[in-house]
Design a protein around this ligand. Structure first.
Ligand SMILES: Cc1ncc(COP(=O)(O)O)c(C=O)c1O
Length: 389
């Protein structure tokens, strides 16, 4: 065994939120019946499950004996056309179905995007805090994440001025609006300015639009409407509430369509066939999906009203997704220990910020509000009793 090589990818850091979920599961299992349960504010997935029409379409197809073989690497033609129609209807953007690639979730889209656009050693910029797999996948592929420390003054989002200051200029930029963990958005004109800057400077823009559909006031804009060279990532996991079905998509610039198709053929063959059938049907389930969104909005409003009195009064603008990013620097400089105590003593699970921002995350935490509304209504008072008894 001596001297056997272990590859660079084997050193990718764990996605720590998974450890927090495991700790909350263990704690929940140990609670005697009749005692108050754990309020789960660490999870980043809708509790609602796939819309009924999506599940029924999958059941129907299986009952009809559909063989569910591989699809083309870019997915079912009918689904790609449906996604293209969404760009027309939702954003007024004309995107031909040929530029849509159906992927194995947004997670499956990232390696396709990164490998087609960048080389080993290339720098790719992103705001910090950020969704950890961006940096971890880039690192595993030999690319170099370049963090742009952001704060509340820019809604935890990058600006053109920050990009101008980068020397050397990166090969790429990842933006997300709404973003995880901060739940903040870029205003449409800011996204447009960033997209124009990237195009003018030869920086490949990757726009993660996975939380589109879950915003509470600010207009959503797609980077595809402002740049012919941007790569857009999206998914059925969040608004469409279909995490485990593993279907996402890319909007590709013309120059990357064939390269990404070749990569997708080799890396994944195709996204799961039955899940693509369900995803297409989900696009007709607007009433159910809008009811989910309305519930998130009510949960968000309950937390924004109650958290300050509980001691969490430095919170990022909760523009979208289902996250609240709280600066807890006045309470701790060790967010993992703080979250562990909060779980043990208040029975509330939240995610420490270190996962999302290695530099400053020790004084931040992320509350997720995609759990049951009743839990979100109860959380502020429980926190208040814990912190201000
Ligand atoms: C910002 C962001 N991008 C991508 C993903 C991955 O989503 P998917 O389930 O589509 O792989 C997530 C999941 O939490 C996310 O928060």
């Amino acid at each position: 065994m001596a001297g056997l090589k272990v590859g660079r990818g084997a050193h990718a850091p764990a996605f720590l939120v998974m450890d927090v979920i495991a700790a909350a599961n263990a704690r929940a299992a140990a609670i005697p019946p009749g005692e108050p349960g754990i309020l789960r504010m660490e999870v980043g997935q809708p509790g609602t499950g796939a819309p009924r029409g999506a599940a029924e379409a999958a059941i129907r197809a299986l009952r009809d004996g559909h063989p569910m073989g591989y699809t083309e690497a870019f997915g079912l033609r009918s689904l790609r056309e449906r996604i293209a129609a969404r760009y027309r209807d939702h954003y007024g953007a004309a995107i031909p179905a040929e530029r849509i690639a159906v992927t194995v979730g947004a997670s499956g889209a990232f390696p396709l995007a990164f490998l087609s656009a960048f080389d080993t050693g290339d720098r790719v910029a992103m705001a910090a805090p950020y969704y950890p797999p961006y940096a971890n996948i880039l690192t595993a592929l030999g690319m170099v994440p370049q963090l742009l420390p952001c704060d509340a003054s820019t809604r935890f989002q990058p600006t053109v001025a920050m990009l101008e200051a980068l020397d050397p200029r990166p090969a790429g930029l990842i933006v997300a609006s709404p973003c995880n963990p901060a739940g903040t958005m870029l205003a449409p004109d800011e996204l447009a300015a960033i997209a124009r800057w990237c195009e003018a400077k030869g920086v490949r823009l990757i726009s993660d639009e996975i939380y589109h559909g879950l915003s509470y006031g600010m207009a959503e804009e797609t980077a595809a409407a402002h740049s012919a060279s941007a790569i857009v990532v999206n998914s059925f996991s969040k608004y469409f509430s279909m995490t485990g079905w593993r279907v996402g998509w890319l909007v590709l610039p013309e120059d990357l369509v064939r390269p990404v198709e070749r990569l997708a053929q080799n890396l994944f063959i195709s996204a799961p066939h039955v899940a693509q059938v369900a995803a297409e049907a989900a696009m007709d389930c607007t009433e159910e999906l809008e009811a989910n969104r309305a519930a998130y909005r009510r949960s968000r409003d309950l937390l924004l009203a109650g958290l300050p009195a509980a001691g969490f009064d430095r919170i990022a603008a909760a523009d979208g997704a289902f996250y609240i990013w709280a600066d807890i620097g006045q309470l701790t400089n060790d967010s993992p220990a703080f979250c562990a105590r909060m779980l043990a003593e208040a029975g509330i699970a939240a995610t420490p910020g270190v996962d999302f921002d290695p530099g400053r995350g020790a004084r931040f935490l992320r509350f997720s509000y995609c759990g049951p509304e009743a839990d979100m209504a109860e959380a502020p008072e429980r926190l208040r009793r814990w912190l201000r008894p």
